[in-house]
Design a protein around this ligand. Sequence first.
Ligand SMILES: Nc1ncnc2c1ncn2[C@@H]1O[C@H](COP(=O)(O)OP(=O)(O)OP(=O)(O)O)[C@@H](O)[C@H]1O
Ligand SMILES: [Mg+2]
Length: 607
Amino acid sequence: MKLSKTTAQNSFRYSWLMSRLFPYIKPVLGRIILGILVAIPVGLLDGVVAFALKPYMDYVVGQHDWVFTIMGHEVIIPYLALSAAIPFAVVLFASVQGLFKYLNSYLTAWTSQKMTNFVKIGLFEKLISMDPKFFDENPSGIIISRYLNDPETASKGLVDKCKNMVMSLVGALGLIGVMLYSSWKLAIVGVVVLCVAFVPVALIRKRIKKASNENMVVLGDMTTNFNETYSGNKVVTAYCLQKRQHDLFVHQVNESFNITMSLTKRSAWMSPLMYFIASIGIAIVLFYGTSLILTGEMTAGSFASFVTSLLLLYKPIKTLGGTLTTIQTLFVALGRVFELFDIEAAIRNCENPKTLKDLNNSIKFTNVSFSYNEEKEVLHNINLEVQKGETIAIVGNSGGGKSTLVNLIPRFYDVNEGTIAIDGVDIREISLESLRKNIAMVFQDNFLFTGTIRENIMMGNPDATEEELWQAVESAHLEEMLAELPDGIDTVLGERGTTLSGGQRQRVAIARAMVRKSPIVILDEATSALDNKSEAVVQKALDNLIQNKTVFVIAHRLSTIQNAHRIAVINEGHLVELGTHDELMSIENGQYKMLYDMQFKTQTVGV
Ligand SMILES: Nc1ncnc2c1ncn2[C@@H]1O[C@H](COP(=O)(O)OP(=O)(O)OP(=O)(O)O)[C@@H](O)[C@H]1O
Ligand SMILES: [Mg+2]
């Protein structure tokens, strides 16, 4: 499944998205609610200040005592007492608000980070369950954007924006409450204008979705560029590709700029438009309010409270508008995130898979055909049975399908037609874990991880004992090399093991395969990258590895081929010849004989 082309169909299904997100919200729900609760008084402060203006104007400025009745008793509060109490109350409220603000920030950060982590971990689990085809199709940058950045944007932003929304909403409601209290007639005018001001928000969400998806793809390309510049730094230097990489990057940066600007151009009018509509509202209120005061329907204090509330309403409304816009972006990212959760790996266990304990009889390919994509079939109708303990060499033209053939055994890919069976059991009925446990692979380009040599070898079998580890080190002819390293087996390797030579890396990989102690060994051109001297050492290591194993070896070297029990010749995806060296050499105009005459004869035999 190619990720960059997905368009996040579900971005606007808000309730569906929230229900998908809920399992990740649930563990932190209590704290989210607490965070929102403490956001309420924070949002209310503006309303309180505006509210306090009315008694202040009417009683203190107007020099009237405040008279009201509680349960039949008349209470009189002198205006001088009010003049001291009101400012004091405002300060008190502000300090409480400060405390809540702190609590709110802490809780928001905690919950959003936790939620993001849950989602990221879930996605990472999904990612590592994907099969090689998925990684063939999707560049690293897209993977990083979608598996790492999107959950961050989505779940972290969501909590943050929800907090802002609650705070602004409560603030706005508080202020509207004060307005209603001051004069409901004026308040109706205000609220109607407010509703009109929100219409534009609904209009731009499609544009936001499009721009957000486009931008994700460009950001992914940028990350891929970084990764390639990093991993390919030698090729970049050797072929002076700096300008190419530079131009590519500049192009990507500009593209991202254009997408952002085009979105801004189309959406930035929203905020001024909202302001404009609101200002019309204020103008109407001022006219209408003056007439209400003149007719005596409203006190000056109420009017002051009202106008202050209306002016203060600007801020929460603006935040609300902005938040609603960004929340759209978050939902688009969230849509993309849950799309990933729904991708199923093509290669997975069948129901009630069998466990493969050991290889007892044979590995059998029956009428196997395979293609990576619809365009062309790579393997055609292969029939091949390899007995336990047999070493089979696979030779043939480059691009003929040798690597493909052996990659089918651990189910990196599934056959399109036919079956591969181990001891008569279709490998699709065997659990992936047990199947792969029985296979040790050494590739041409062996990937080592950042970490020590010991850790890298132990990855072959975490349960290997110290003795087994050193046995593998010895068999892989690593001892001499380790003796020269300052920290020996505990030397930390650079990323991908770049601090070792090609031959050294291969021997570490051979040791890794050795500790695995698996009955099936697959060697894909394990020695082709080496010069004769290092090959001799690696070859010895390999000879140790394949003793008493069932071995598939893709070979370009005569020595390996001659030592094999049988040779399979794969040409253009067809198994054209199968037999011992002598048998195949006796075929007149045979493919193997031709290959031998062209490639192998010139090599020195018997290293
Ligand atoms: N991941 C892939 N996706 C699509 N096509 C692929 C993939 N890997 C290999 N192919 C194609 O499949 C064909 C067989 O490739 P394969 O790697 O099996 O050849 P090979 O016999 O191992 O060649 P070589 O000796 O050069 O390693 C080639 O045409 C190649 O282009
Ligand atoms: Mg190959």
